[in-house]
Design a protein around this ligand. Structure first.
Ligand code: ADP
Length: 194
């Protein structure tokens, strides 16, 4: 049973690593960004609600986000562990995740903080903009996402540090190298891959 969070600024490589780690540990990767994007693409009522918010690089309101995650974590596959990518991002979301887990007498094992400096992540996101055409990968919106992260999400690191859950991993380097660093850091915390 492995319960992990992956935290880090936009462009740190969370999504890429989340997919690999999910495979490695035999747990589902749950990305709120992916869930929202697929709702936008399918023009669901939720998608219509969040489209403009995402395009501006702002956060979707906590009540909507919390409800989606509570639903997803109640599915059968997530009961054997999970890797959350991009949630929680606000203190209110931390509280909600605590509540969901406490209801099952469960707790997080580790919070992986994927670190990368601003110039590098902006460069990566601009490159991705050309490849994937994500509407929130324009330079202005990227800058806004960075400042929203700094204001609303970086304080979460303190909260999890106080619980002694955070491992810091350098997100620079090629994908396999970063994965190896994360796997090593998790092993040092007693989490062996499946
Ligand atoms: P990134 O971290 O690279 O910005 P994500 O795919 O994780 O990319 O998130 C994209 C967008 O989805 C965010 O800018 C935000 O609008 C929305 N979003 C994702 N997760 C959350 C969350 N936990 N709370 C609020 N909004 C979220």
């Amino acid at each position: 049973m492995t319960r992990l969070l992956l935290v880090g600024p936009p462009g740190a490589g969370k999504g890429t690593q989340a997919a690999i780690l999910a495979e490695t540990f035999g747990i589902p990767a749950i990305s709120t960004g992916d869930i929202f994007r697929s709702n936008v693409a399918n023009e669901t009522p939720l998608g219509l609600q969040v489209k403009a918010i995402m395009a501006a690089g702002e956060y979707v309101p906590d009540d909507l986000t919390n409800e989606i995650v509570a639903d997803r974590l109640s599915e059968a596959d997530a009961r054997a562990g999970f890797l959350l990518d991009g949630y929680p991002r606000t203190l209110d979301q931390v509280k909600e995740l605590d509540r969901i887990l406490a209801a099952d007498d469960a707790a997080l094992d580790v919070v992986v903080l994927l670190e990368a400096d601003t110039d590098v992540v902006v460069g990566r996101l601009l490159k991705r903009a050309k490849e994937q055409g994500r509407i929130d990968d324009t330079e202005d919106v990227i800058r806004n996402r960075m400042s929203v992260y700094a204001e609303q999400t970086s304080p979460l690191i303190d909260v999890y540090d106080k619980r002694n859950l955070v491992v810091r991993v350098d997100g620079l380097g090629d994908v396999a190298e970063v994965t190896a660093r994360i796997v090593d850091a998790l092993a040092a915390r007693g989490l062996a891959s499946a």
